[in-house]
Write a protein that binds this ligand. Structure first.
Ligand SMILES: NC(=O)c1ccc[n+]([C@@H]2O[C@H](COP(=O)([O-])OP(=O)(O)OC[C@H]3O[C@@H](n4cnc5c(N)ncnc54)[C@H](OP(=O)(O)O)[C@@H]3O)[C@@H](O)[C@H]2O)c1
Length: 234
């Protein structure tokens, strides 16, 4: 398996499709069976796993040799009663923890798992999909407390792991990737006012993200890279 993909939402499935078209073997972990083309299924091994459950993920991944690349595509902006907050009064402890649980924890858990298997010379690429709204310096609009803070925490997690890995696994890298605004369930309620060309299809996003990720080198570890190759500043 050359790629492990965590999550089969809009971008996770598009990554599996794009990789399959390139002839890559993919291990795909998601809670429910994804809808993929026949071509993608021929290249994909799928397991029903909740990627927030670290022991279930480890149990599944233990069955396979380490891949060249791991991509965590999990993310949640709204779910059930939980809506992105416009005002501080709307923030609840349970929504906040839920966002950390889905948007931040699985990357730390996967990094922890990978550290148990990596050797000093492994050249693994590990990317987690982040978001530009997790940038502190770029925060002009405010709001979206749970999402923003959990993505900023994700970015800090990536930076912190990268410092440790530089010492322990100097040929491996861990980065965050901002996919742009992509037409998936996650962005569906929030696309009003986008200008022409600002909304990417999941397949376009997957192509951009793989292009960026394939060309990163260990010196670029710990940082957040956008779909166009530009760095997203912390
Ligand atoms: N779409 C955009 O415009 C946009 C913009 C910036 C950043 N991003 C980031 O890109 C990534 C992919 O987003 P997407 O657009 O592909 O979203 P999506 O289609 O809504 O997919 C969401 C993914 O998150 C997982 N997930 C959601 N709730 C979960 C829960 N309670 N427990 C476990 N897993 C859960 C799903 O897992 P299962 O597959 O197991 O169901 C799914 O794989 C996210 O990190 C998102 O923040 C997206």
């Amino acid at each position: 398996m050359q790629y492990w993909i965590m999550g089969a939402g809009g971008i996770g499935c598009a990554l599996a499709e794009t990789l399959a078209a390139r002839g890559e073997q993919v291990l795909l972990l998601s809670r429910t069976r994804p809808e993929l083309s026949d071509l993608a299924w021929s290249q994909t091994t799928w397991h029903a796993v909740d990627n927030t459950d670290a022991s279930a993920v480890a149990e599944t991944c233990n069955q396979y040799p380490l891949p060249a690349t791991v991509i965590n595509t999990l993310g949640m902006l709204q779910q059930g009663e939980q809506q992105p907050e416009k005002r501080i009064e709307q923030l609840t402890e349970s929504a906040f923890y839920n966002s950390l649980h889905i948007n931040t924890w699985p990357t730390l858990a996967m990094a922890q798992y990978l550290a148990t298997r990596l050797t000093r010379t492994d050249q693994l690429h590990f990317a987690a999909l982040s978001a530009r709204v997790g940038s502190i310096s770029d925060n002009r609009a405010g709001g979206w407390y749970s999402y923003r803070i959990s993505k900023a925490a994700l970015n800090m997690a990536i930076k912190t792991v990268s410092i440790e890995w530089q010492r322990r696994f100097p040929d491996a890298l861990i980065v965050g990737l901002h996919p742009g605004t992509v037409a998936t369930d996650l962005s569906a309620p929030f696309r009003a006012g986008l200008s022409e060309g600002q909304l990417h299809t999941p397949m376009q996003a997957a192509t951009h993200l793989l292009q960026v990720l394939d060309n990163l080198i260990p010196e670029q570890s710990g940082r957040i890279w956008a779909w166009d190759g530009q760095e997203v500043l912390p």
